[in-house]
Design a protein. Sequence first.
Length: 138
Amino acid sequence: MKERTLSIIKPDGVSRDLIGEVIRRLEAADLKITAMKMIKMTKEQAKGFYRVHEGKPFYESVTRFMSSGPCVVMVLEGEDVIKRYRKLMGATNYKEAEPGTIRREFATDIEKNVVHGSDSQENALFEINYFFSELEIA
Ligand code: ATP
Ligand code: MG
């Protein structure tokens, strides 16, 4: 089924000059980019984005991290794209991620794991609407 997902190159990925590397991998895997921009979130905006994690021990830290510098946010579109992109990213904990995945290759920490990807259609819709209006999606 054709669907959309939200991708973020997190502040560690941007500051370590991995924007090109991540986009190259998306294109090589035929994950089509239909919207893209660079943003810098405030702490409040990061908390709103990760509101599903409110109350978890890492919530404070991850929202501080996500608001620490610019991110690249993108909408990806295609057949089964939510699952396909999460496979390309690898597991949250890079030490458990499959070899060749973005997180296994580039993450330095369970928090500083370079990329974000929506985990369900419901969350993808919320996350895409959080950053993009329909007008901005090609
Ligand atoms: P994301 O939502 O960013 O794509 P994910 O779905 O693989 O990642 P989540 O469980 O949604 O993982 O966690 C969101 C983010 O919070 C993680 O990507 C990571 O940056 C951070 N995080 C998750 N678990 C931990 C943890 N145990 N300690 C520190 N940070 C964590
Ligand atoms: Mg998640």
